[in-house]
Design a binder for this molecule. Sequence first.
Ligand SMILES: [Zn+2]
Ligand SMILES: [Zn+2]
Length: 146
Amino acid sequence: MPSETPAAAGRCYCGASAFKAGLPPQTVAYCHCSDCRRWTGGPVGAFAAFAADALTFQPPLGPGFSAVPGVTRWSCPNCGSPLAARFDYLPGQVYVPVGLLDDAGAFPPELHCHSGSQLSWLHLSDDLPRERESGRATLRNSGGQP
Ligand SMILES: [Zn+2]
Ligand SMILES: [Zn+2]
């Protein structure tokens, strides 16, 4: 393993699951959908989207679980922290809860997804773009690839 400083790194609550990224996230986004609320336990999810081949988990991710068709999620097998999610409609990207990042303050969200599902009592006074639905076109094009 090369010893250079990763572009981003993080871990679960207990530390049994960790990850490193060779490239910074392609984008960072809030997700207000009820699935992400349930999975993270917060009033809104916030995720860093990494190119799948730039991200290494230790230990490697297992098969994950899928409660919704087209969505696979992984949690720490020891403490249950949400770790990673993949969406069939966003190929090649892995979404990591931004709160797991060691340097989360360095990766501010760039848009809101599913803003139509935002909780009425949650106030986020930013001027970021708000996608009422999944924002998949914006997310998918965030890698800088044509
Ligand atoms: Zn853990
Ligand atoms: Zn969501």
